[in-house]
Every structure is written in structure tokens, then in C-alpha cells.
Design a protein around this ligand. Structure first.
Ligand code: HAM
Length: 443
């Protein structure tokens, strides 16, 4: 070894050990391998749904200008008022971690000239969103959504198609006892009259309202209907209902939606208090949950003014999103699924030269698409065989010192408890033949 330069200590990195391990930020759990397998299964179902119904996948940045959500999600929404993670870049831009997908997709639709595409434009997304909430069951600060949007049609058939897609997705995932809650919140012509009456009604009951609802009454009286507090429940029963104030167009639209739902045999109830927590909705709003649980698995609705609000031409649209963690929790609770792909072959190496050779065999097996496991970190034959046994692999390829020098391998049949020496060159061919005879799919 050469001499260390004199200023060696000056350049040496100072390693400071932490006194305790760090934890992930609150409400942002790590997603470990087993859960990722389940998420991939969910994504596969989402992708199949998207392919069938003609949705293209769109990826938008996780960070967007904060004002996109101020205008899009809406200034009176809880998301904008309390739940955004915002940051200032060194260049002075004010950005926010996306709290949902819808405004971002509209931004991308306008920015990329998708308004010139043939209509309706159907887009789906899958990824993390962020909301500063109090973490609890099914409620996280970082959670994943799968999101579907249909842009460019006011036809109620697309409201129902959106609901059908989510309903199908949940049933494909074997989630049972589903219930669709549906409502209409009208349009800019009829909603203000309802809103005024609603405000007057709750004003007359003000002394019975909770503090949050008193504030909601000032900013957005509709949100009062969203309140989950026990004290406000009985007041909501007597409140004016949007259905009694609908203009002819909104009435016709809602009637058609209900007729389509009926003809498709989709299980729904009208919930007059369902208004959804985002400012952009018009006409149809919906949520899907299990009959025995209040937690929403997905939600969405029509938003005919949002494209215009974000600077585009008037473009009716409808969409929805499902929370992936909520699906994962339900599937984990109710189903036993074997998600791991079982290897067909186990490769064992004993010693340095055998390890070198084994890396080459591993590549040959990969190219032949024979799914192979290894446990090279274990030095002893016994430990490696134990591992193969645990994985229930039928064929084990063993490379010892002698085999490495001879360019051979030992091929062991774990089921028959037999073994033979096979030329290294022929091992892939031999395994293919045996797996075929055993009727085992290679991957
Ligand atoms: P959202 O109802 O706010 O709608 O969210 C959709 C779904 O995300 C919920 O039904 C729920 O399953 C899940 N979710 C919401 N918050 C959390 C949370 N803190 N933790 C875990 N899961 C959560 C939207 O986001 C709209 N952008 C949907 C939409 C698309 N409307 C039209 N197009």
C-alpha cells in the first residue's frame, strides 16, 4: 500500500452515527414487497379496465403550481384550505404536492393540445397524491389513487360508464357488498337558488350547528351537508334538497343517469346529502362504498366548468378516483392470495469458482425464461438445499469445485430424490425438457 498523503485526514469524510433510526414522515408508510405485489395485481385490473374502455395512461408531475389547485380543486374545498403540502423553490416558484389528479390532468389536456383530439378524450392515471390530514384507518398523508377522466361529452351515459368502470374494478378485485351513492348538485343555473335556500335554512338553525358548520355556512353552505358530527345529523334531514330545485336540463340529466344505472342493474341509493368536498362538481356526484362500512372506496362526478375555469374552452367532463390503500386493506382482510411467483429451479454454488460459473448459468436460465432462485450468500450446501426445499422447487442445479472445473453441473430432482451429472452446456435444454414433461410452465 502506498503512503497516505499528509492532508489525508482533512479529506476524510466524517461519519456521524445517528443515535436512533429515522422514521418515515407521519401518514406516509413505506410500501413493502409483499404489498407491492398486491398493488401490482390491482394495477393490472385497472390497466385491463382502461384498455377495454379505451383510456390512455397519462403521467403528470407530482409537483404543480399551487395556483392550479387554488383555481381547480377550489378555494372553499377542505383540500385547499387545510391539506396542501406547499413549498417554495430556490427560484421562488410556489409549488404543491398534488392532492388529487383532476386539475393536473386538465392542465395537461390544455397544455398538450388534447382539446383537438377526437372526443371524448379518455385518460387514466395511477400514482401517489398528498393531503395533510390526521392519519387514521384508510386515511393517509401520502396515498395512491387510480383515476379515470372522460373529457368532451355532456352525455349522461359517460357518468354511468365512469361509475360502471369503478364498480367493475371493485368486483374484479372480489370486493363484495358494494353500494353506489348518487346525487346531483345541479348547475350554475339552478344551484344558486338551492344554495340560497339551504343557507337560509341553516341560518335559522345556526345555534344548533357545530363550529365547523357555522364557518362552512359563510364560505360554502353546501359543505354543511358533508358534516359527520352527530349534532348536525338531524338538522340535515329537514334541509332543502337539490332535487327539488333542478332546472329542466339537470333534471333530465339526472333522470337518465338513474335510468341507465337501473338498466345495468347497478346497486345504488340516492343520498341527498352527498355533495363531495371539491368545488368543481356539477350535476352528478357519486361515491362507492361497502354496505357494511362507511369509508368511501371511490368517488367522483361531473365537472362541466373546470376546463373553462383553467383557461380552456367550455368542455363538459366526468371522472372519478379510487383510493388504492383502501382497496389493499379490504383485499388483505378478506382474501387469501398467493402472490409470489414460484421459482422453477434453484441454483446452488459452493466456492468462489463455482459462484463465477453460476452467474453465467443464471444468465442462461434468465434468457431461457426459466424462473430461477438462488441463495449464494449461504456457503454450505445444506443451507442452500434447505432454502430450495422451502421454496418447493423441484429441480436444483448444483455447481461444486469439481463441476466448475469440468464445466458440468449436478442436476438434482427434489421430488424423486435422484441426481445426475449434466454438461453445463446442456443444462438449459435438459431443464426445458423436464419441465415440459412435468407440465410446468416455465414462468
Ligand atoms: P376524492 O373523493 O377526494 O376524489 O378521492 C378519491 C378517493 O381517494 C376516495 O374515495 C378515497 O378512496 C381515496 N382517499 C381520499 N383521501 C384519502 C386519504 N387521505 N387516504 C387514503 N385514501 C384517500 C378525488 O380525488 C377526485 N379527484 C376524484 C375525481 C376524478 N373526480 C372527478 N374526477
Amino acid at each position: 500500500m502506498g503512503r497516505r498523503p499528509k492532508d489525508y485526514m482533512k479529506n476524510k469524510i466524517k461519519r456521524v452515527k445517528m443515535k436512533s433510526i429515522l422514521r418515515a414522515p407521519k401518514g406516509m408508510p413505506d410500501i413493502l414487497p409483499e404489498e407491492n405485489l398486491l398493488r401490482r395485481k390491482i394495477f393490472k385490473a385497472v390497466e385491463e379496465m382502461a384498455n377495454f374502455y379505451g383510456f390512455g395512461q397519462i403521467e403528470t408531475p407530482i409537483l404543480e403550481e399551487t395556483k392550479l389547485f387554488l383555481h381547480g380543486t377550489g378555494p372553499t374545498s377542505e383540500i385547499v384550505q387545510k391539506q396542501m403540502f406547499t413549498l417554495k423553490t430556490p427560484g421562488g416558484d410556489i409549488l404543491a404536492l398534488r392532492p388529487e389528479f383532476t386539475p393536473n390532468i386538465i392542465r395537461a389536456y390544455l397544455e398538450n393540445g388534447m382539446s383537438n383530439w377526437s372526443k371524448p378524450v379518455k385518460l387514466f392515471s395511477w400514482g401517489p397524491v398528498f393531503r395533510y390530514e390526521q392519519p387514521q384507518r384508510g386515511r393517509y398523508r401520502q396515498f395512491w389513487q387510480c383515476n379515470f377522466e372522460i373529457l368532451g361529452s355532456s352525455d349522461p351515459i359517460y357518468d354511468v360508464l365512469t361509475i360502471q368502470i369503478f364498480y367493475n374494478l371493485l368486483t374484479e378485485l372480489k370486493i363484495k357488498n358494494l353500494l353506489i351513492e348518487i346525487n346531483t348538485i345541479g348547475c350554475d343555473n339552478c344551484r344558486p337558488i338551492w344554495q340560497k335556500n339551504l343557507k337560509n335554512y341553516f341560518h335559522s338553525k345556526q345555534k344548533f350547528l357545530c363550529l365547523d358548520c357555522k364557518n362552512r355556512l359563510k364560505t360554502n353552505p353546501l359543505r354543511t351537508l358533508d358534516c359527520k358530527k352527530e349534532s348536525c345529523q338531524s338538522l340535515k334531514e329537514e334541509a332543502p334538497k337539490m332535487i327539488d330545485y333542478l332546472c329542466p336540463e339537470c333534471r333530465k340529466h339526472f333522470k337518465q343517469v338513474l335510468e341507465f344505472l337501473e338498466s345495468m342493474g347497478l346497486p345504488y341509493v340516492i343520498n341527498h346529502n352527498l355533495v363531495r368536498g371539491l368545488d368543481y362538481y356539477t350535476k352528478t356526484v357519486f361515491e362507492i362504498r361497502k354496505t357494511d362500512d362507511n369509508i368511501a372506496l371511490c368517488g367522483g362526478g361531473r365537472y362541466d366548468y373546470l376546463v373553462e375555469m383553467l383557461g380552456g374552452k367550455s368542455t363538459p367532463a366526468v371522472g372519478g378516483a379510487a383510493g388504492v390503500e383502501r382497496l389493499v386493506e379490504l383485499i388483505k382482510k378478506s382474501q387469501k392470495i398467493d402472490l409470489f411467483v414460484k421459482p422453477k429451479v434453484f441454483l446452488i454454488a459452493i466456492g468462489e469458482l463455482p459462484k463465477q460459473k453460476s452467474l453465467k448459468y443464471l444468465e442462461l436460465l434468465r434468457k431461457a425464461k426459466i424462473y430461477t432462485a438462488e441463495s449464494f450468500a449461504h456457503e454450505s450446501l445444506k443451507a442452500q438445499l434447505r432454502q430450495a426445499d422451502k421454496l418447493e422447487v423441484r429441480y436444483v442445479v448444483i455447481v461444486g469445485q469439481k463441476e466448475a472445473l469440468d464445466d458440468t453441473v449436478i442436476l438434482r430432482d427434489m421430488k424423486a430424490s435422484t441426481q445426475e451429472v449434466v454438461s453445463g452446456e446442456k443444462i438449459v435444454e435438459e431443464l426445458k425438457k423436464r419441465l415440459k414433461n412435468d407440465n410446468i410452465n416455465i414462468i
